[in-house]
Write a protein that binds this ligand. Structure first.
Ligand code: SF4
Length: 355
């Protein structure tokens, strides 16, 4: 899901950012697409949702065991990312994957990304109880922009209202990260939407420009300007000693928007990237497929196929879509580069204070 996919921090975060943790060694992470089904139809979402199976509980457990046994070890712990579609539409599968993953010492962190509609007190308690578990919730900002972009299927609740009703519990729950997707049509409101999320009490953020969409030059200019305002606010808060987490500082991906690693799709097939989630890139799945849960690939095979992904994208996508994706990605990279010195200074100050 666009708003729920782990955001790449641009493809080259720059010299300073390169000093930060950068999980590029395949397969440092496993992406488990537990389902492609979703109860929203967000304006910017590329995921092909209909007509796909979902993983079952047994497949989810097998995937986690496979990842921990074959691709991780104590010296190279891995991360599990539970994505969709909307993962909480298959809650039993998500629970089984979480239970299996948190029990394995080779797995460092489990991220559950959701549009929030399926969240309740029980899920938040599960997050609070499990230090390895990180919850990523999609919220695009002010109600008007959020609702305009995150369209619900008929009969589905309003996701803004639902998340708003959970705010006190969300603020109490540790490791809740808000993903603010910045769509081209909302780019001029990016800073205002960020301020709204701050006012709601959130302090951990992901910023995710809409990728694989045609951005107009004026929209790209608004994106750069919005990110610049957001960076000013973040730096000011850090300078004042306030805690504000920007996950983009700690993530890096070789392919804009998509995730690289051991990617298990909802049909049990295995790929080095989840580019095939996108309906417009569906034709690439035959080329990216390197195995299945029954016949998993070697690390070398995953690496080899991962290296070919960007060339496949460049030759498959319309040039204006690929070029504007790279431009949006460059804007995000610039944002991260601009934050790194202030982040290092804030970290030094915290260490001196012993906090
Ligand atoms: S919530 Fe659903 S429609 Fe929206 S971005 Fe995620 S997968 Fe796509």
């Amino acid at each position: 899901m666009v708003g729920d996919v782990d955001p790449p921090t641009g493809r080259d975060p720059g010299r300073a950012a390169r000093a930060l943790p950068r999980p590029t060694t395949l397969p440092a992470s496993m992406v488990l697409t537990v389902t492609r089904a979703c109860n929203l139809r967000c304006a910017y979402c590329p995921t092909a949702k209909d007509g796909w199976p979902s993983l079952d509980v047994d497949q989810a457990r097998r995937a986690v065991t496979l990842f921990a046994d074959r691709y991780c070890d104590a010296g190279r712990p891995g991360d599990v990312k539970l994505f969709g579609g909307e993962p909480l539409l298959v809650p039993d599968v998500v629970r089984a994957a979480i239970e299996a993953a948190v029990a394995r010492p080779e797995i460092r962190r489990v991220t559950l990304s959701t549009n929030g509609l399926g969240l309740d007190a029980d899920w938040l308690e599960l997050v609070a109880r499990n230090p390895k578990l990180v919850l990523t919730v999609s919220m695009d900002g002010r109600p008007r922009d959020h609702r305009r972009l995150r369209r619900a299927l008929p009969g589905v609740a309003d996701s803004y209202d639902h998340l708003h009703s959970l705010l006190p519990a969300l603020r109490r729950t540790p490791r809740v990260v808000v993903t603010q997707t910045i769509a081209p049509s909302a780019a001029r409101h990016a800073a205002a939407n960020f301020h709204h999320l701050l006012e709601l009490g959130f302090s951990r953020f992901n910023f995710l420009p809409g990728y694989f969409l045609p951005w107009r030059p004026d929209q790209l200019a608004s994106l750069r300007e919005g990110l610049s305002h957001i960076a000013d606010e973040v730096r000011a808060r850090w300078a004042a000693g306030r805690r504000l987490y920007v996950r983009n500082l700690f993530t890096w991906a070789p392919t804009p928007f998509f995730n690289t690693g051991l990617v298990v799709d909802s049909d049990g097939s295995i790929h080095p990237s989840n580019v095939g989630l996108s309906g417009q890139l569906d034709g690439l799945r035959g080329r990216t497929r390197v195995g299945s849960l029954d016949a998993p690939p070697s690390v070398a095979r995953l690496r080899q196929r991962a290296a070919a992904i960007n060339a496949m994208l460049a030759e498959t996508l319309e040039p204006r879509v690929w070029e504007s994706t790279l431009a949006a990605d460059a804007a995000l990279t610039g944002f991260v580069r601009g934050l790194v010195p202030a982040w290092i200074a804030a970290r030094r100050r915290r260490r001196r204070r012993g906090s």
